[in-house]
Design a protein around this ligand. Structure first.
Ligand SMILES: C[S@@+](CC[C@H](N)C(=O)[O-])C[C@H]1O[C@@H](n2cnc3c(N)ncnc32)[C@H](O)[C@@H]1O
Length: 911
């Protein structure tokens, strides 16, 4: 057992060997209790528990036991499906040999299989509303599985894949497969008649045995890779009529025909919570699918929080659907907050703040995420959300604020305390008259602020709180009443959104007591309520309330910027970011030099217009394989907040070039993220592999890769990023870097369900038999790299030959340590090898860091805490980068060059 390595590297703590040891050492007591949780009979439970059980306990335990069994059944189906998918993938990715494939990560041997082509007939398809994937497909059944022996086993196996099939609603018939002319491929039937031709019924165990025997016989005389059979699933004429669609779907309009979208939000804290958030989220997804709703929804044990947009023509059905869900229904506090002004589809498409200069809608997809809390509060103990003060209707709130205004004007001291419980970036652009902002950067900071602010306030003083949609004030109300003991707490029902709507609907002509813009959590970022401009433009200082995110992906900070500056700064927060967006690291003036081309800068060779030198350079370089664009899009859709970290086209091409120039194509990347740069490096390693091929060195023998063949090892600690990176590399393994199939497969990954939750800590892929890539999930890349520098094997990774190139793109504060590991160990990086480090110019701020002159971003310039904190962080990192660059420039173990491309790349050659 490799215990030494287990201790040295954090990664190893997660290794399966460790898990095995850990599990085998679990104390007996925990094993026993988990057995009871797993669902035992009542008698066993009764024996193991000494005090007599109440009826309630017995019922509860029985329900738990049933739930345990149900889950176990679901899990077993899920495992079978996963196994089937896994086998399918292996068969696709591997050679065409029969039954011989092995997966390098798990050494899983593909067992002998029957390929069963399943075809569901039209009547059943429409009755069950089967999705594309469920209409037809291929199921692999192991030859030794009981599905090849019994009807029950076979039905269960089919059900795993075709989940919509309900017991007793279908019959099975089998036919021998139809083959292509060369006899190697099974053809799908085109019509029902074709599918039924020569078919026989499968209604008994004997029929099942006969069916698979026929498959064996057919296989003897065919050139197929494995025995195959086609099973037709037909509607059972004796099955009970299908249950009618739920009332909320009856006579529903087609959401595609809706001319407008309606924005809405709601939250619910059901008193008994949500038992199983995962299942609940899956149910919501299924129930809401027909409405084509978009948005962001959080589900947790404590409740649900939703911000959505729904096609207006199906809005009543959607509302009915939500009300019919027990956990929402009566518990959606203040019902559903609906924006009274639907947005036309055309406006909707551009209603969000542009992303990368491209128009964006408020929401692009429907994301239903399971979280520990729907609003992360950071409280030590949960409070009772049902008891959170008085939920004050908007009109009453309005009157109270008018009274308070009069009291303030008369200098009366008994005006209520009005607390704005949102964060500073929200209160900066809009606030109720007379309100005090809490001045928090995030909601978790509220408790200390409240405690301090209200320390001397009498317990019966009137306190009024509000937030955007009301949900945060449920928590604030609970805290004020239950933890601080205040007795006269009220909160604005439905928040600013409901106030604005109610005033428009029921009190038109009344002056809004809310001034400015309501910050919202969708792509629009702000919804203007009054013309008041409360904040100052980040670039010119003019008064404004317009919110956006800086267009420079490397910065992306939230900014307030006036309309004029938004145009002149091209959506960026500063001249530096604008330069970066316009021209990368180059000067924008060059774009304006007199053109040798047509007056409007059109390149006659391509007929294309280039706005900046980056585009021009890329436009005159070899085309970037199209799959990379999809990788970027997938990253934006999964990990939007980190999508600026992706290397991108120009840097990616440089990495491919550098990797292609290495002698052996052995590359280490630290910080995989979603695998963009990994793929670029792998492309380079593949190029090296192809050259070696031509020189007569052959692959793919495992030893060749391990002993010095083209190989990319990339490390990442974030599991979500790791999953997507693994999916991206699988696409490349299967379809290569270019071509429609690769693009299509990469596109499909935007359907969240297609990205597998990878359990293994190492994922291996081979490309064109010319290069191998291994992704490694680690807890800390630096610890693992230091271990690799001294050991030849870490977990499943064998490092028999050093790397030619190391791309350092993980945590930016420890760059010197990463470089030191490479320089001090020839086992890790060979002499003459390259180290590439990203972001060494840190948004251009290293210039100021070098002169210790941060005048442009001093704290006094920004009154906003968030901005100040971001500036501090940026300055700190810029200083770190500057110190790093200075140290490298003096280090005579390397020759270094900083390329002012993108965020700055330092390229070092180890002497
Ligand atoms: C800038 S991104 C990498 C981008 C990627 N190389 C590309 O070009 O597409 C940095 C990544 O490093 C990961 N990371 C940061 N610190 C790490 C550490 N100590 N160990 C492993 N991964 C780390 C982060 O989770 C993040 O995904």
């Amino acid at each position: 057992m490799t215990t030494v390595w287990i201790c040295r590297s954090n990664f190893c703590r997660k290794s399966s060997a460790f898990r095995l040891l850990y599990n085998s050492q679990r104390p007996l007591s925990t094993l026993r209790s988990s057995k009871i949780d797993g669902g035992n009979s009542l008698s066993e439970i009764a024996i193991s528990s000494s005090p007599p059980l109440s009826n309630q306990d017995i019922v509860r335990r029985r329900l738990e036991a049933q739930r345990g069994k149900r889950l176990a059944r679901q899990q077993s189906i899920e495992q079978r499906v996963q196994r089937n998918l896994y086998i399918k993938r292996l068969l696709h990715s591997g050679s065409s040999s029969n039954h011989k494939n092995t997966d390098q990560t798990t050494e899983f041997q593909v067992p002998p299989l029957y390929a069963v082509k399943v075809w569901v007939d039209d009547a059943l398809r429409s009755e069950l509303r089967l999705s594309g994937r469920e209409k037809r497909g291929r199921v692999f059944i192991e030859t030794s599985h009981n599905a090849t022996q019994t009807l029950k086993g076979l039905k269960q196996e089919l059900h795993g894949f075709f989940r919509a099939l309900k017991k007793d609603t279908f019959l099975l018939r089998a036919t021998l497969p139809r083959l292509s002319d060369d006899g190697t491929t099974i053809l799908s039937p085109e019509t029902t008649d074709q599918a039924m031709e020569g078919s026989w019924e499968i209604s008994t165990d004997n029929d099942v045995v006969k069916t698979f025997r026929m498959a064996d016989d057919f296989f003897q005389n065919a050139t197929l890779q494995r025995p195959a059979i086609q099973i037709n699933v037909l509607k059972n004429p004796n099955s009970p009529p299908p249950s009618p669609p739920p009332a909320f779907l009856q006579d529903m309009a087609n959401p595609n025909d809706s001319a407008t979208m309606t924005m809405l939000s709601f939250y619910a804290f059901p008193p008994s919570g949500i038992d199983d958030p995962e299942t609940f989220a899956t149910d919501l997804k299924r129930k809401w699918k027909p409405f084509q709703a978009l948005g962001r929804v959080y589900v947790a044990k404590e409740g649900v929080n939703a911000q959505m947009s729904v096609p207006t023509n199906v809005l009543p059905n959607f509302i009915e659907c939500c009300r019919s869900i027990p956990q929402l229904g009566q518990y959606m506090e203040n019902d559903i907050n609906i924006d009274p002004q639907p947005i036309s589809q055309e406006e909707f498409a551009v209603a969000g703040v542009p992303i990368n200069g491209q128009p964006a809608p408020p929401f692009r997809n429907l994301h239903i995420r399971v979280r520990t809390q729907v609003v992360a509060d950071g409280l030590n103990k949960p409070l009772d959300w049902q008891s959170a003060g008085y939920d004050m209707p908007p009109l009453e709130w309005h009157e109270k604020l008018k009274e308070a205004r009069e009291k303030r004007e008369r200098d009366q001291s008994d005006a209520p305390i009005l607390l704005d419980c949102r964060n500073t970036y929200e209160t900066n652009v809009g606030i109720f008259e007379g309100a005090e902002p809490l001045g928090t950067d995030n909601f978790r900071e509220s408790w200390d602020v409240l405690k301090e602010r209200l320390a001397d306030t009498p317990k019966d003083a009137p306190i009024m709180t509000y937030c955007t949609g009301g949900i945060r004030c449920v928590k604030v109300g609970a805290y004020l009443t239950q933890e601080l003991g205040f007795t006269n707490v009220s909160r604005l029902a439905g928040g600013i959104i409901a106030y604005d709507r109610t005033l428009n609907e029921k009190a038109q002509g009344e002056e809004s007591m809310f001034k400015g813009t309501n910050f919202v959590f969708d792509g629009r970022l702000g919804r203007q309520i009054t013309d008041d401009a409360l904040a100052n433009c980040v670039t010119c200082g003019a008064e404004t309330s317009l919110v956006s995110n800086c267009r420079n992906d490397n910065c992306h900070q939230r900014i307030v910027q006036c309309e004029a500056c938004r145009t002149s700064y091209q959506g960026t927060c500063s001249v530096a970011c604008k330069n970066r967006v316009v021209n990368g690291a180059m000067t924008p003036l060059r774009v304006r030099t007199p053109s040798i081309f047509t007056p409007d800068d059109e390149d006659p060779s391509t007929g294309k217009k280039f706005d900046n030198l980056d585009d021009y350079s890329m436009g005159h370089s070899s085309p970037v394989p199209s799959v990379y664009r999809e990788f970027e899009r997938n990253t934006k859709s999964y990990l939007a907040s980190g999508s600026h970290m992706v290397s991108g086209a120009s840097q990616g091409r440089l990495l491919t070039q550098l990797a292609s120039m290495t002698r052996n194509g052995r590359i280490l990347e630290l910080g995989t993220f979603t695998g963009y740069a990994t793929a670029c490096l792998l492309e380079g390693a593949r190029n090296v592999g192809n050259v070696l091929h031509r020189e007569g060195i052959s692959f793919p023998s495992t030893e060749a890769f391990d002993n010095g063949g083209p190989y990319v090892l990339s490390m990442e600690r974030d599991s979500r990023a790791f999953n997507l990176a693994a999916a991206h590399l699988r696409v490349i393994e299967r379809y290569g870097f270019d071509g429609e199939d690769a693009v299509e497969a990469a596109c499909k990954l935007r359907d969240e369900d297609e990205v597998e939750d990878v359990k293994a800590d190492v994922v291996s892929v081979d490309v064109d038999n010319a290069a191998r890539c291994q992704l490694m999930r680690v807890t800390d890349a630096l610890a693992t790299v230091e271990a690799l520098a001294s050991e030849a094997i870490i977990g499943e990774i064998l490092l028999a030959a050093p790397f030619d190139l190391v791309f350092v793109d993980a945590d930016k504060t420890r760059l010197l340590e990463y470089v030191e590991a490479c320089l001090s160990s020839d086992r890790l990086l060979k002499r003459g090898g390259l180290i590439v480090v990203d972001n060494v110019l840190w948004k251009g701020l290293v210039l100021e860091a070098s002169s210790r002159d941060f005048k442009s971003v001093t704290d006094s310039d920004v009154t906003d805490n968030v901005e100040a904190r971001k500036n501090r962080r940026a300055r700190k990192l810029a200083t770190t980068m500057h110190l790093f660059n200075s140290a490298i420039a003096k280090d005579d173990r390397v020759e270094a060059l900083i390329l002012p491309m993108r965020d700055g790349l330092s390229i070092m050659r180890k002497k």
